[in-house]
Write a protein that binds this ligand. Structure first.
Ligand code: NAD
Length: 425
């Protein structure tokens, strides 16, 4: 067996050996079957790209039901330690234990490793059934803040002594009289910080510049939540100006020029900035944004947003390109190099063991992972093989049910089809 090596993060860069150890969690429900199919494709793509000179050394780590059955623990300490040590991991979906002391294993993993970016690229794959007339106009990269907002989990049930204490504190110390029904209100706290915003927005802008994208849009509800979501917008713009100066042109600058010199000059400066290839930094209120992505998706490119908005936006965008079952995702900390790449759907327990469902979400997450490792050729092979299978209409049940004259493949059969494409391309 090949002896693998640990990834190293040095001077803000991942250093990847030719035989990196990558921990994987196969996941619950349909997890084991989609993992098997995906792993076969990953290994074939690495072999094709590097002809045996590079190879991933996969190391299984336990989480979810499998971990609970074997160790009595849903998320063993050893799993966290192994992922911390090896920096990058990939996972299938995990059951959320009911009453197990965890809100969600995924949330715990993100919090333990401080994975502050939830990255979701959303694009259309030709052939995927979509509810839109022009799904190909949607091509966005979502950067969702992953550690703050009401997802911090600071909330207290209605009529608990904690809720009573907090409500009474707000009333006596801050004169808050706006809680409509104080005796029966549950209450939650929404922390949004300058540091949290800055590291997220910095990641989004750096990514946009690296990939020569046109714009970054800050999506928020700052019109209503002035200091939390409004703060996100303000800190985002300030960071863009301060750290990226000449490389960007912000809407705040546009507005300032418009006020001082008139609209024609502001439009002129915007056009010049676009011509010069500058990255446009703009913002949008979340509710209008959700309308706009349906009506004018081509106006948007890279998106930076808070945790709850990002949750809704990710699924809405994935749905409009028909990709809710195949959308990939990554949770990243760009300051430590840690990254967990994951299927974004759940465990689909009613299909477990049937070898029927689509491994593409995990496969495309793997493609993101290989790109993150700098193995771009592998990433391309995986993505191209899926594109080809869709064009050929050789697909799993979820797509076959919605396509005319499709060839129905099992989950493992779909994996084999991709391997065939990779080997013969
Ligand atoms: P789900 O995503 O598991 O299933 C909903 C439906 O989506 C399925 O019935 C199936 O029709 C379809 N689907 C899911 N995966 C598919 C695939 N790979 N190919 C084709 N179709 C697919 O959502 P759920 O039923 O709400 O959740 C089941 C369990 O999964 C719960 O325990 C939930 O907490 C957990 N979950 C985990 C994650 C994660 O680990 N990232 C995400 C969501 C839900």
């Amino acid at each position: 067996m090949t002896k693998g090596e640990k990834l190293v993060f040095s001077n803000g860069q991942l250093v990847v050996s030719d035989y990196p150890i990558i921990p994987f969690i196969e996941g619950d429900g349909i997890g084991p079957e989609i993992w098997q199919a995906a792993k076969t494709v990953f290994d074939a793509a690495v072999e094709k790209a590097y002809q045996g000179k590079r190879k991933v050394v996969w190391q299984e780590v336990l989480a979810g039901e499998k971990a609970f059955n074997q160790t009595g623990d849903w998320l063993p300490e050893e799993t966290l330690e192994t992922i911390k040590k090896h920096l990058v991991a990939i996972k299938g979906p995990l059951t959320t234990p009911i009453g197990g002391g965890f809100r969600s294993l995924n949330v715990t993993l993100r919090q333990e490793l401080d994975l502050y970016i939830c990255y979701r690229p959303v694009r259309y794959f030709t052939g995927v059934p979509s509810p839109l007339k022009h799904p190909e106009h949607t091509d966005m990269m979502i950067f969702r803040e992953n550690t703050e907002d009401i997802y911090a989990g600071i909330e207290f049930p209605a009529e608990s002594s904690d809720a009573e204490k907090l409500i009474s504190y707000l009333r006596t110390e801050f004169g808050v009289e706006k809680i409509r029904f104080p005796k029966t209100s549950a209450i939650g706290i929404k922390p949004v910080s300058k540091e949290g915003t800055e590291r997220l927005v910095r990641g989004a802008i750096e990514h946009a510049l690296k990939h020569q994208r046109k714009s970054v849009t800050l999506v928020h509800k700052g019109n209503i939540m002035k200091f939390t979501e409004g703060g996100f917008k303000k800190w985002g713009y300030t960071l863009a100006e301060r750290e990226f100066g000449d490389q960007v042109f912000t809407w705040e600058t546009y507005e300032k020029v418009k006020k001082e010199l008139g609209k024609t000059e502001a439009e002129h400066q915007l056009l010049e900035a676009e011509k010069a290839g500058k990255l446009i930094i703009k913002d949008r209120i979340a509710d209008i944004f959700l309308q706009d992505i349906l009506l004018h998706p081509d106006k948007y490119d890279v998106i930076a947003t808070l945790n709850l908005n990002g949750d809704y936006i990710s699924d809405a965008l994935a749905a409009q390109v028909g990709g809710i079952g195949i959308a990939p995702g990554a949770n990243l900390n760009l300051q430590t190099g840690h990254g967990i790449f994951e299927a974004t759907h759940g465990t689909a327990p009613e299909f477990a063991g049937l070898n029927q469902l689509n491994p593409s979400s995990l496969l495309l997450s793997g493609a993101l992972m290989f790109e993150y490792l700098g193995w771009d050729a592998v990433s391309r092979l995986i993505t191209e093989s899926i594109e080809q299978a869709l064009v050929n209409k050789t697909v799993t049940k979820d797509f076959a049910d919605q396509m005319d004259q499709a060839t129905l493949l099992s989950c493992s059969g779909f994996g084999e089809e991709l391997v065939r494409f990779i080997q013969t391309t």
